[in-house]
Design a protein around this ligand. Structure first.
Ligand SMILES: [Zn+2]
Length: 77
């Protein structure tokens, strides 16, 4: 399995821009925490599913079109 590739360009105008890794909590983690707060212990997701959902996200600000882009890179197989 290859590592996710960090995006290099603005998806809107194609300007090369630096992206930074952007920490985010995957949605399924938030849901699991909410369930635990209610006293429910949700079963863990299969590893394959959580990999697909998690991805890696990056954020980059484009000086060309002044758009801030959030990009989620998924692992290529
Ligand atoms: Zn742009």
């Amino acid at each position: 399995m290859a590592d996710a590739v960090q995006p290099q360009f603005c998806p809107w105008c194609g300007t090369p821009i630096p992206y930074e890794a952007h920490e985010h909590e995957p949605r399924y983690e938030v849901l699991a925490e909410q369930a635990r707060a209610r006293g429910v212990d949700p079963p863990p997701l299969p590893e394959r599913v959580s990999e697909i959902l998690a991805g890696e996200s990056f954020v980059g600000a484009c000086p060309g079109c002044r758009t801030v882009s959030h990009v989620v890179a998924h692992h290529a197989r």
